[in-house]
Ligand binder design. Structure first.
Ligand code: UDP
Ligand code: MN
Length: 285
């Protein structure tokens, strides 16, 4: 917790680079996502570095626990019908006890991916031990869906027909990420304040490291990306600017995080269809 002076320093002085991450250099299939290239407000940086463990810890996987795969969704029916069979096949092969929860936003507001993810987690909460937040347009080719001891990004490389990049960059914690219930609660889930495309996943990464958690990546994780619909390739720049601002504001006021997230979601379910291992929930948010 910051005192008044520290709050001021954090709020008004420029951010500085982390430069050297104590967890850098661990090799192998799973490694901590490096944070050395991040820039953080001064006091936030101090807090993150004091929490970041000194010795490189390992990630462990456990079998037999219950997974809820949460898919934030709107207007992508053609993606969904490709994802579901591919995902089910992979989960069955790995012997995972799973439930897929598609959370569809049906109101006219801008899409709010973070809030839809929180709603999915809330919906599946009692019957699950860990959550996977899964974009609808990423099909697993090589992925491990077992229960992780630390947050994990499952995508490293992806096959794509429409982007120049084919790998997720350093601290991008989007696409397909998985974490156990305890880690999710510790971060208080996603912020509900990001409307329109972008930045809620970067904010989520910040929440995790601010709680001393170490997000990992699967260096062998491979997906096949389906192209975005034509009208969703170019982004509303106003929304991006606003979301960048929101992200900076939240980062500089890190002690306020607890009031925005899983603890304060409100939503209305307008329809629910599905079976035991597949549910589609339509919500107004
Ligand atoms: N999404 C959706 N409908 C939308 C926008 C986003 O269903 O209108 C969901 C979907 O799960 C998608 C994810 O949010 O995979 C990420 O959005 P998008 O694909 O537009 O982002 P990008 O991959 O271009 O970063
Ligand atoms: Mn996409």
């Amino acid at each position: 917790m910051m005192n008044f002076f520290e709050y001021f320093v954090n709020r008004y002085l420029p951010s500085i680079g982390i430069f050297s991450d104590p967890l850098m250099g661990a090799g192998g299939r799973y490694s901590p996502i490096p944070i050395d290239k991040m820039r953080l407000p001064i006091m936030t940086r101090r807090d993150v570095l004091s929490l970041r463990p000194r010795i490189s810890d390992e990630i462990q996987f456990e079998a037999g626990l219950r997974l809820a795969v949460v898919v934030p969704f709107r207007d992508r029916e053609h993606h969904l019908i490709e994802l579901i069979p591919a995902l089910k096949k992979m989960l069955l092969e790995q012997g995972i006890d799973f439930k897929i929860v598609v959370v569809e936003q049906v109101d006219g507001k801008p899409f709010n991916r973070g809030k839809l993810k929180n709603i999915g987690a809330h919906y599946a909460f009692k019957d699950s031990d860990y959550f996977c937040f899964h974009d609808v347009d990423m099909l697993p080719v090589n992925a491990n869906y077992r229960y992780p001891s630390s947050p994990l990004r499952l995508i490293k490389k992806f096959e794509t027909t429409w982007r120049t990049a084919d790998e997720l960059s350093d601290t991008n914690f989007g696409g397909v990420v998985m974490l156990n219930k305890e880690n999710y609660l510790s971060a208080n889930g996603y912020s509900n304040e990001f409307w329109g495309w972008g930045k809620e996943d970067d904010d989520f990464f910040n929440r995790l490291i601010l709680k001393g958690l170490v997000p990992f990546e699967d260096n062998e994780g491979l997906y096949r990306e389906l192209p975005n619909p034509e009208d969703q390739v170019r982004r509303e720049t106003a929304a991006i600017r606003r979301n960048k601002k929101t992200q900076r504001r939240l980062l500089r006021n890190s002690n306020l995080l607890s009031g925005d997230g899983f603890s304060n979601i409100d939503y209305k379910v307008v329809d629910e269809t599905g079976m035991t291992d597949y549910l589609k929930v339509k919500v107004e948010i």
